[in-house]
Design a protein around this ligand. Structure first.
Ligand code: FPP
Length: 242
């Protein structure tokens, strides 16, 4: 969508997915424990939701905790889970104030019962909101998401409701956790790493990638505009010729 930002016309991506990286290094640079970095990272996520919507982005999906992140120290995992608890505490009020709808993707059954309950309440309380469609990937792994979608389709085949050869790409998309969202137009990864780390592997097939050295807690409105500027210059051909 074309939008004027600070006097310049940009082609703003509808759906931006972000791999929040560099919280640990942000803290280390300041001789602080890693969980301080995550705390600043969570604040940056909240600000990013407001900035994204004001810049014309309709959907924002952030990678908060991967299926692999359980391998971190108990202290760090507990710290991140407590940050989420804290976020979820005020999230309904804040989301409703901003007309923001919040969804959580990932394998939630492995999360603590109080977190699952808070997520369900948040999703339900914001389901009518038409502003930013904000999605948090939590205990999310892209291959695991595809595996769970395959199970659902296999159940239909087993029940005789679906011919294996009739399975379409849309059916697969519609059985992923992101079934209600369009595919991301732009994937951003902060902190200089250039991997996709099992994040939305099916959905980013045609996404543009933007990598920045900025550590996630330092990622501000200007950084999002810079990402949009790069996106605006890209020529998306989806495998065809223009
Ligand atoms: C990556 O940085 C960050 C994480 C694995 C956790 C991110 C989680 C949050 C910011 C909390 C999310 C909160 C909300 C409100 C959704 P890293 O630790 O891998 O950084 P490093 O590579 O510098 O060590």
């Amino acid at each position: 969508m074309e939008k004027e930002i600070d006097g310049v016309i940009y082609n703003v991506p509808c759906h931006v997915a972000v791999i929040l990286d560099g919280n640990g290094r942000w803290a280390k640079k300041r001789h602080l424990p890693r969980n301080f970095g995550h705390k600043e990272g969570a604040k940056a996520v909240e600000q990013c939701c407001e900035d994204a919507w004001n810049l014309g982005i309709k959907c924002l999906t952030v990678y908060a905790f991967s299926t692999e992140n359980w391998k971190r120290s108990v202290e760090e995992v507990t710290g991140i889970m407590n940050l989420l608890r804290n976020y979820l505490l005020n999230a309904i009020q804040r989301a409703n104030k901003n007309n923001m709808r919040v969804r959580v993707i990932g394998e939630r059954s492995k999360l603590a019962a109080d977190i699952i309950e808070a997520i369900e309440r948040l999703e339900d309380a914001t389901k009518g909101n038409t502003g930013l469609q904000f999605t948090i990937a939590l205990n999310y792994g892209g291959r695991d998401e595809i595996r769970r979608a395959m199970i659902k389709l296999a159940e239909k085949v087993k029940a005789g409701e679906l011919e294996p050869s009739a399975i379409t790409e849309d059916m697969i998309s519609n059985n992923l956790d992101t079934w209600e969202l369009p595919d991301p137009d732009l994937l951003i990864r902060t902190s200089g790493e250039m991997r996709s780390s099992n994040y939305l592997p099916w959905q980013i097939a045609y996404s543009e990638f933007y990598f920045t050295d900025t550590l996630w807690p330092d990622f501000k409105r200007e950084d999002m505009i810079e990402a949009i500027r790069h996106y605006s210059m890209r020529d998306r051909r989806y495998g065809g010729v223009k």
